[in-house]
Design a protein. Structure first.
Length: 98
């Protein structure tokens, strides 16, 4: 049981503690651009960041936006950061739905 707990702690540490807040519009340290504009949710897409500057975060991007460059190092996440995420178009911007 103790080894299982140790493994769990190591896994959490590997994924980083940073989680996107609902107020950041799905942006992260990888994004240097303003949030993508949209008219409908179809204008948006999800992007899973495996970069150390935005560890294990799900980002809301424009449908035609390029993937943001990773200015840090690549890392592993236990689960796809966007596995349970939903997109929204709020105020004309691509965002993660609450």
């Amino acid at each position: 049981m103790r080894s299982l707990l140790c493994l769990f702690v190591l896994v959490l540490a590997a994924c980083g503690a940073g989680a996107p807040s609902s107020s950041d519009g799905g942006g992260g340290a990888d994004l240097a651009l303003a949030p993508a504009s949209c008219q409908t949710v179809a204008d948006c897409r999800l992007y899973s960041s495996y970069c150390s500057t935005a560890p294990c975060q799900c980002l809301a991007l424009g449908r035609n936006d390029p993937d943001p460059p990773c200015t840090g190092t690549q890392m592993s996440c236990i689960v796809d950061p966007c596995a349970n995420a939903r997109l929204a178009c709020g105020g004309g911007r691509c965002i993660l739905a609450p």
